[in-house]
Write a protein that binds this ligand. Structure first.
Ligand SMILES: [Zn+2]
Length: 251
């Protein structure tokens, strides 16, 4: 999957979000699946004309930690990339990759500054406002003006498929009541004491608070839980869920 609006810059940036049957493994089963995963990275990198030897994949743990990629050793779950859920770079040929099953993939590109970010924003990362961290870090590290920044939102588990209990609802209520849009963010379910959370709307609000224009926030509109023929969904497939991967690289 690719975003048409980002393909426009394909002379400078390459990107993709993978579909089934490609599986990129999770933190726990990476070791046993490693051969298949490496083969899948080769396939997707080849199709994007990228070198899989330059691949960076952090050990994601639902943090809001963003790391700048310079000349660290590439690889999967390397020492330099533990407990990281967002990668940024202004360097060419650094293939930034993350994995997903329901969590929100955010690709960032600034055509003016020629910098990229790849972000993993699950409900926990969204609660911790990792999108805000990404924009702030791009600004701090590269002087990137948020007004120039484009954000592409991949498939994730959408509001009406993301039902949560009272405790999670309370967390979100307290934290995001200030937005004045809490009635859109949280909706009561027909199930007793269950609620739907619109994590995508939270990300969009945060991005606009940080200075992105609404026009530059492009949402795929796709729900992982509704399209398990093409996408992995932890909610639907539980422990058996594989992982889709996001890839972005300056070239
Ligand atoms: Zn759905």
């Amino acid at each position: 999957m690719q975003f048409r609006k980002l393909i426009k810059y394909s002379d400078r940036v390459q990107h993709a979000y993978t579909l089934k049957p490609l599986d990129f493994g999770n933190n726990a089963n990476m070791c046993e699946k490693k051969e298949i995963v490496l083969e899948n990275y080769k396939k997707i990198c080849r199709s994007l004309n990228l070198d899989d030897k330059n691949l960076y994949r952090p050990y994601q743990t639902h943090t809001n930690f963003i790391k700048k990629v310079n000349e660290e050793k590439p690889g999967i779950f390397t020492e330099d990339f533990q407990n990281i859920d967002g990668l940024i770079t202004d360097k060419k040929d650094k293939v930034l990759s993350l994995s997903f099953a329901d969590c929100t993939p955010l690709f960032f590109y600034s055509p003016l500054d020629n910098v990229i970010a790849n972000v993993h924003s699950g409900w926990q990362g969204t609660y911790k406002e990792i999108a805000r961290e990404a924009v702030k870090t791009l600004n701090k590290e590269y002087g990137c003006n948020p007004a120039n920044l484009m954000c592409f939102i991949g498939p994730y588990i959408r509001k009406m498929c993301f039902e949560v209990d009272e405790d999670v609802k309370e967390m979100f209520y307290k934290k995001f009541e200030y937005t004045g849009r809490i009635d859109e963010i949280i909706e009561e379910s027909e199930n007793n004491s269950k609620y739907y959370i619109d994590t995508g709307l939270i990300n969009k609000i945060i991005l606009q608070e940080e200075g992105l224009s609404e026009y530059n926030i492009i949402d795929s509109g796709i729900c992982t839980a509704c399209y398990t023929d093409k996408l992995y969904s932890y909610r639907v497939e539980k422990e058996n869920a594989g992982r889709n991967c996001s890839i972005i690289s300056l070239i």
